[in-house]
Ligand binder design. Structure first.
Ligand SMILES: *Cc1c(COP(=O)(O)O)cnc(C)c1O
Length: 443
């Protein structure tokens, strides 16, 4: 399987290089050179396939003979360990729950698949691969759980001391085995700077094999396309156009949906739902792409001012001859395929309440932004059936949820049990030389 850089189609890598490197040298993003159309028979009979079988079928088509079938099966069976159920709200609307993994958010799918793929590519290497991750709380939990007990891979997670929630900290510091937490006396930016410096330190990288678990790694995107098929399979076959509504920040989920559509899944339309960080809805509206610093909102996992996957969306829709203005050339086709809507925090709070009252369903603030967008879209398109991606479990935002709803919100056991586990972290000053010697002593 070959991939190219969105900056330059001639800049080609194979899957192993793309996954292990994360980013091409020209700072573009990797995209698959060809996106296979899946057999019509498969699309028509999705309900004959388990979630794992769906993932296996897609990977076999995508990877070709690059990875032997039996290895693909092993990778997927280990990566897709939790379900993605669809819940019906009413006649027109459904919710795809993506929070059944260990860190209660959809990022578990990407992290777990990336871990399996990296573990696979790392086989036969004598030295351990050490993954460095800086986290402000959330990504670290998904990466830690995803890579837990992956053979040949060690994970070092740097987090800012006192600046992550207690439960987030427990997600990073209680696993043990190949997951080590470094509690840094500094900010998230300090953690990130330490990691960056390590990657740029040739003496260190010649002695330890380092890699990152970057959120824009293609290995995080691929498995996110699986659950579009999985959702489709669970809907009644009534012949209505199916639309997906995607609460978005860096637009990885939405891009994965576009891939699923390219692979032949008959998705009629996409809805991009954002909070007031609305650069993509504005672009769909005006054709002008104007990134700006993000602003803090209630749905804070979507507080992104310059979405990293926008380059991939442009790449899907651009006319390749127009090298000078790809963003301009992508606009027409992109706005035909995707509608954008943005909402304030107060509208989001009302939606959380409305969904609770009307449907007795607890939707988190990110899903609530999606709920609003789907409602607005379906006012104009009443014949459609819509699926909202519920990107996280409401208990991840416990304080806000309980304030809005005026009642307790249940915390799933897999999270609540962490409270009583013992934290194990290595405390370190915000000092590169200390960090470096610690790495050299331990790996
Ligand atoms: C990461 C995240 C998002 C944004 O997803 P993208 O793929 O970056 O658009 C939305 N909701 C939650 C809860 C998230 O954690």
């Amino acid at each position: 399987m070959k991939l190219y850089s969105t900056r330059n189609k001639e800049n080609i890598a194979d899957l192993k290089e793309a996954v292990m490197k994360g980013l091409p040298d020209d700072n573009g993003l990797y995209m698959p050179e060809s996106i296979p159309k899946l057999p019509q028979d498969f699309i028509n009979n999705l309900s004959d396939y388990s979630f794992q079988e769906i993932g296996i079928t897609i990977c076999k088509e995508l990877f070709g003979d690059y990875i032997p079938a039996s290895d693909i099966e092993q990778i997927i069976n280990k990566a897709l360990e939790f379900p993605a159920p669809v819940v019906q709200l009413d006649e027109h609307r459904y919710i795809l729950e993506l929070f059944h993994g260990p860190s209660l958010a959809f990022k578990d799918f990407g992290a777990r698949f990336m871990a399996q793929l990296m573990g696979y590519f790392n086989k036969g290497e004598d030295d351990k691969l050490v993954i460095l991750v800086a986290t402000s709380g959330d990504t670290g939990g998904a990466v830690a759980a995803g890579f837990y007990q992956t053979l040949g891979i060690e994970v070092v997670i740097l987090y800012p001391s006192g600046k992550v929630s207690t439960l987030q900290e427990k997600q990073l510091t209680t696993l043990g085995h190949n997951i080590t937490a470094l509690e840094v006396d500094g900010t998230f930016d300090d953690c990130q700077a330490l990691v960056k410096k390590a990657f740029l330190d040739p003496d260190l990288t010649s002695r330890i094999r380092l890699s990152s678990a970057n959120s824009i790694n293609i290995a995080r995107l691929i498995p996110q396309s699986f659950y579009y098929f999985e959702a489709f399979k669970q809907l009644p076959k009534e012949g209505h156009p199916i639309v997906f509504c995607v609460p978005s920040g860096n637009f990885g989920n939405l891009t994965a949906g576009l891939l699923a559509q390219r692979m032949g899944l008959p998705i009629a339309h996409f809805i991009a739902a954002t909070n007031k960080n609305d650069v993509v809805p504005s672009y769909l509206d005006s054709g002008q792409y104007e990134p700006r610093p993000s602003e803090r909102t209630l749905s804070n996992a979507m507080d992104v001012g310059n979405p990293s996957n926008f380059a991939r969306m442009v790449d899907i829709y651009r006319a390749f001859e127009e090298v000078d203005s790809p963003i301009e050339s992508a606009w027409g086709d992109m706005r035909n395929a995707i509608s954008g809507f943005a909402y304030s925090d107060s509208a989001t709070e009302s939606a959380v309440l409305e969904v609770s009252k009307k449907y007795d369903y607890t939707i988190d603030p990110h899903g609530a932004v999606g709920y609003l967008a789907l409602e607005e879209y379906q006012n104009e398109h009443p014949n459609t059936r819509g699926i909202i991606l519920e990107t996280a479990h409401p208990s991840k935002f416990l304080d806000d949820m309980e304030r809005i709803l005026g009642r307790e919100v249940e915390v799933p056991e897999r999270l609540s049990v962490l409270k009583d586990r013992e934290k194990k972290a290595h405390y370190t000053e915000n000092d590169y030389d200390d960090f470096r010697s610690w790495l050299l002593n331990n790996y």
